[in-house]
Design a protein around this ligand. Structure first.
Ligand SMILES: [Zn+2]
Length: 130
């Protein structure tokens, strides 16, 4: 996570200030970033499809500056996707290890091993007490 923070030049507290929201209908991702200077101010950082970049509501961003709100949102999104990918590859690894274990003992029948009620009938080649 440090490398992402260094890349986007955001501190821990800046990263913590960004909260991810997603519209499940449109798949639009929105970050709400807490202002560092005013507790009652939050900026919405949205993905702008036209310009293919995150856009922030704050004055700095409107003046074309790359404000930390956007950097924090981008860094959070990168970390989010890394987590999703790590989770998916962990699940894939877990799944393949299950399949491999099944196929090493029973090459053609491993898919039926999930259902214990089929267990008795699924292994005609296995001898009793095996
Ligand atoms: Zn901003």
């Amino acid at each position: 996570m440090k490398h992402v923070q260094e890349q986007y030049k955001v501190t821990d507290s800046q990263l913590d200030a960004a909260t991810r929201f997603v519209n499940c209908t449109t798949r639009e991702v929105l970050y709400v970033v807490q202002s560092a200077t005013s507790a009652d101010v939050q900026y919405q950082v949205r993905w702008n499809r036209q310009y293919r970049r995150f856009a922030c509501q704050c004055k700095a961003s409107h003046n074309g500056m790359n404000c930390w709100h956007v950097r924090s949102a981008v860094a959070s999104e990168v970390l989010y996707r890394e987590n999703v990918r790590a989770l998916q590859s962990a699940q894939a690894l877990f799944h393949s290890s299950l399949v491999n274990r099944g196929s090493s003992s029973l090459p053609h029948l491993h898919t039926t091993r999930k259902d214990s009620t089929h267990e008795r009938y699924a292994h005609p080649l296995r001898c009793p007490g095996d």
